[in-house]
Design a protein. Structure first.
Length: 246
């Protein structure tokens, strides 16, 4: 089975389109989404509609999805992120808002070997930013593989003999061969707002038969995404950061 794992799209239509075009060439069996469909970007409706149309095997909510659908307050959001939440609430269609509000809370175990969460398996809003966080996460994972998002950094943590190790997957053409007896905690990076100073859309494909995960980075039309953000009168910083990959 081939799983297309994507997360943190954040209303960026041009980035999602490039990622999905690529997926179509790869004979994907299952789409799996780790949340944050909306927030920051100017195309929340298109992202929800395209994601729904994929009929994901599993999809969970992110903190921005929760905030937009008023299932959580925006107190912890910085002023720019909060402004984008208000804009999204005003511009998302009701049927799309209903879908975002219906997304499941993580963690979710989808089969005998895959768990999903947006932030961490012990707290959907927690950022896994290092090996200490990863060690805590591994204590809550009872499958060989767990995928997470939220940080917008492509990262792979392993847990072997109770030692958590992390690797930042910079650049492209990264791949991991899965070993028996090792647990993996994997972040594919962000489709719509990468923050690792690489502006390209990030996602990964897990091949359960080949026992490997391949990580991809693809260029997209950032200028068009920026134009839409500015035209929508969203904060200009949200356009600027896309060109810096931060
Ligand atoms: Fe996010």
């Amino acid at each position: 089975m081939r799983y297309f794992i994507f997360t943190d799209i954040h209303g960026n239509l041009e980035a999602l389109d490039v990622a999905l075009e690529f997926a179509q060439k790869k004979k994907i069996d299952h789409y799996v989404c780790l949340g944050d469909l909306v927030g920051y970007g100017a195309s929340p409706n298109e992202i929800v509609e395209k994601t729904r149309a994929l009929k994901p095997l599993s999809i969970i909510r992110g903190n921005h999805d929760k905030a937009v659908s008023e299932l959580d307050s925006i107190q912890t959001f910085n002023p720019i992120a909060a402004a984008a939440i208000h804009w999204t609430r005003a511009n998302i269609q009701k049927k799309n808002m209903d879908y975002v509000a219906s997304l499941k809370k993580g963690p979710v175990t989808i089969n005998d070997h895959i768990m999903l969460c947006h932030g961490a398996p012990f707290d959907e809003d927690h950022y896994i930013f290092g090996e200490f966080d990863a060690a805590e996460a591994f204590a809550h994972i009872n499958t060989p593989l767990c995928f997470f998002g939220h940080t917008h950094f492509p990262f792979a943590y392993t847990n072997k003999n109770h030692h958590a190790n992390g690797t930042f997957l910079s650049g492209d053409k990264n791949e991991i061969k899965l070993e028996d007896g090792v647990k993996y905690l994997i972040n594919p990076g962000s489709v719509g707002q990468p923050r690792d100073r690489d502006t390209r859309a990030a996602f990964c494909i897990y091949d359960s038969k080949a026992k490997e995960i391949k990580f991809y980075r693809l260029e997209y039309n950032i200028k068009e995404t920026q134009r839409k953000i500015l035209e929508a009168k969203l904060p200009s910083a949200l356009a600027e950061r896309l060109a810096l990959g931060i």
